[in-house]
Design a protein. Structure first.
Lengths: 534, 123
């Protein structure tokens, strides 16, 4: 067999015939199931995909000791080889355009194609951040209209549009809180974070220089209000709450929490990653929230999960609005929009804490999010929240007899259903069910998070899955839960039908191999130490 | 030598004013395969309940809190190459750090082995 990708770990794809004989192919491919070699194995450092002119004069002049003695061992591929390489790899991937992506807390929902059409209009797609303002008034109008919608939907005073991701937005919110405390002349260094908050919250607080104190969850999976009140004091800068929280539950005590924190002189940060469960239903501003980021790549359907740009605008209360970072777009009395930068911040925005990014935010995400909002309208956005909650409750109630749902008695869940792996056969755990889902043709759910639940499985079906699609997913999840309860050993080695079998995640984490090692020792090849390895 | 346990699943063995701290066998079982241990610097001073170390597993990164106040005397350097010691030998060879106690009265708030066993059984 002359199979490609000698370093890979392939499943045994071949069928077994009636006589027990194994059908194998000489290429390693099986029909439309294509194997793929590493680019280093495909290419050669002797080959180049483009025809480069020999330079008229040596480029090496002045490089002295930095001049390479041999060509770098980069894999040279032709253009068709390169195109096929990445296209073949993409066919081994899973994407929201192939099927449901029930990653809890991630809101992996359909990205409407109308968003893409609008974002590709040349007037939006081709703008440069250094263009004169007069030539980008349409783009500024989009940013201002989106800002206005976000302010209206959240009931807040203003919004900082420039943060480029959820965690970036969290940092923006905490820097606003710090600036507000500085303006009051107070030094408060503690941020309270409930156990039911997103994992980025304590990380953000620590990164912003605060000490993090954890607030326990009640047996119902919500913030323990009494425990929170007991920690409030003159050293507490604020609290970071995720609402709806990572147990998939709404925090009904939010107003009481906000009142207590404000009475103690602190501020309330709300993680708005789960805003799709309440958009059009609840305005966080009415609950006493001072700052909340909104992941445009979750609630407002911009692309997500491919490593592309995100956007995490932060809505701010009256108390924090003066400290919002520059630059931002504002509308003058005559209706025109313009940018507020350092040179024209003047007295009105002199307290801005600074600047988080060079320019104004992610234009492509703004265009897509505004398209989503305008194409849904206010009534459509309300239905987004209703459908997200309905779908999650359908999954929760359809599986709770087989998979324990620790907070099922806490009332309806919001946009995500939380299960635990208690009660599976000895030796079976959440990981086996997650790997089994790959064989069933689904992306696994979020596993082992939140930490407050043993072997957590957090399923967020999102509002864009149909009932028929949910029924298929529920059928697979129930089948896997039953197999794990029955002790079906084949589940331990799942996935059986993926391009790679179950990987040794422990070994990969303990002894990661981060660079191609096949050429090590060949002349011209950088040593591992040049990559920081050993 | 007396061994104490905390609700956060740390064990503490005290000899004189020196305490050795690790995570319990129950805790390592919950975390799964441990891939990395981030230890404090010797000489650093911490208060009871402060996060002093981080244990990374395939499932999660978990803070380790010191059950008593004091100054770090020594850390378990072997865990740099062999973090799996915390899995295979959590309550002996997989110790994390030694701390010089600054307030021995804090020990009275910790559990003994029997009380910890009851606590784990109740979870």
């Amino acid at each position: 067999m002359n199979a490609v990708n000698a370093s890979g770990w392939r499943p045994s794809m071949g069928e077994t015939g009636e006589a027990g004989e194994k059908f194998v192919t000489s290429s390693g491919d099986y029909g439309l199931m294509l194997e793929e070699a590493l680019s280093f194995e495909l290419g050669s450092s002797e080959k180049c995909g483009v025809d480069l002119d020999t330079p008229a004069r040596p480029a090496a002049a002045g490089l002295s000791k930095f001049l390479r003695k041999a060509a770098p061992a980069l894999p040279g591929l032709t253009e068709p080889e390169t195109v096929r390489h990445y296209t073949r790899l993409s066919r081994q991937n899973y994407a929201i355009d192939l099927g449901p992506f029930p990653l809890g807390s991630c809101t992996m929902k359909h990205n409407p194609r109308l968003n893409e059409k609008m974002a590709r209009l040349p007037g939006f797609a081709d703008v440069h951040p250094l263009q004169p303002q007069k030539s980008v008034e349409g783009a500024l109008e989009v940013i201002e209209q989106l800002a206005d919608w976000l302010i209206t939907l959240t009931g807040m005073a203003s919004v900082a549009m420039s943060p480029k991701a959820g965690a970036h937005g969290e940092l923006c919110g905490l820097l606003c809180i710090r600036a507000a405390l500085d303006a009051r002349g107070e030094k408060r260094d503690v941020v309270l974070v409930p156990e039911s908050a997103h994992g980025t919250n304590p990380a953000t607080a620590a990164f912003a220089g605060f000490k993090v104190q954890s607030i326990p969850a009640t047996p119902e999976g919500r913030v323990d209000l009494d425990a929170l009140k007991a920690k409030l004091g003159p050293n507490v800068a604020g609290v970071m709450i995720t609402n709806p929280n990572t147990c998939g539950l709404f925090e009904p005590e939010m107003k009481a929490i906000g009142d207590a924190v404000h009475a103690a002189g602190g501020y309330v940060y709300c993680d708005g990653a789960n805003f799709n469960a309440i958009v059009g239903k609840v305005r966080p501003g009415d609950l006493g929230v001072d700052a909340m980021h909104i992941n445009l790549h979750k609630t407002f359907s911009t692309p997500h999960g491919g490593g592309g740009p995100g956007a995490g605008p932060v809505v701010l209360s009256e108390a924090l609005a003066p400290f919002a970072p520059l630059p931002f777009v504002t509308r003058s009395a005559d209706g025109t929009v313009h940018l507020v930068e350092e040179e024209n911040a003047g007295e009105g925005h002199a307290q801005a804490f600074g600047r988080m990014v060079a320019f104004h935010g992610q234009m492509g995400m703004f265009t897509r999010a505004l398209t989503y909002i305008l194409s849904h309208g206010a009534d459509g956005l309300r239905q987004v929240a209703e459908d997200a909650v309905l779908n999650a409750n359908y999954v929760l109630r359809s599986c709770e007899d087989l998979l324990p749902a620790p907070f099922a008695k806490s009332g309806p869940c919001m946009h995500e259903a939380l299960f635990s792996d208690a009660g599976l056969a000895e030796g079976f755990s959440t990981l086996d069910i997650a790997k089994g889902l790959i064989d069933e043709g689904f992306h696994p759910m979020t596993v082992y998070f939140p930490l407050v639940v043993k072997g957590a499985m957090l399923v967020e079906p999102t509002e864009t899955e149909s009932k028929a699609g949910l029924d298929r997913f529920i059928g697979s999840l129930r089948s896997l839960a039953q197999r794990a309860k029955d002790g079906d050993q084949s589940l331990h080695s799942a996935p059986h039908f993926a391009p790679r079998r179950r990987l040794d995640e422990t070994l990969a984490a303990r002894k990661p191999v981060l660079v191609w090692q096949g050429h090590l020792g060949e002349p011209g090849t950088p040593s591992l130490s040049e990559f920081g390895g050993s | 030598m007396t061994r104490y346990f905390s609700q956060e699943h740390e064990w503490l063995e005290v000899e004189g004013d020196l305490g050795t701290v690790g995570i319990t066998d129950y805790a390592q079982g919950q975390l799964g395969d441990i891939t990395f241990v981030d230890l404090p610097e010797a000489g650093a001073t911490f208060g009871k309940g402060d996060s002093v170390a981080v244990v990374d597993s395939v499932k999660a990164a978990s803070d380790v809190y010191t059950p008593v106040s004091g100054t770090i005397a020594e850390v378990n350097a072997a865990l740099g190459d062999e973090p799996e010691l915390v899995n295979t030998d959590a309550e002996v060879g997989g110790w994390l750090f030694r701390i010089t106690l600054s307030d021995a009265s804090e020990l009275s708030g910790l559990m003994d082995e029997a009380a910890y066993k009851d606590y784990v059984d109740s979870l």
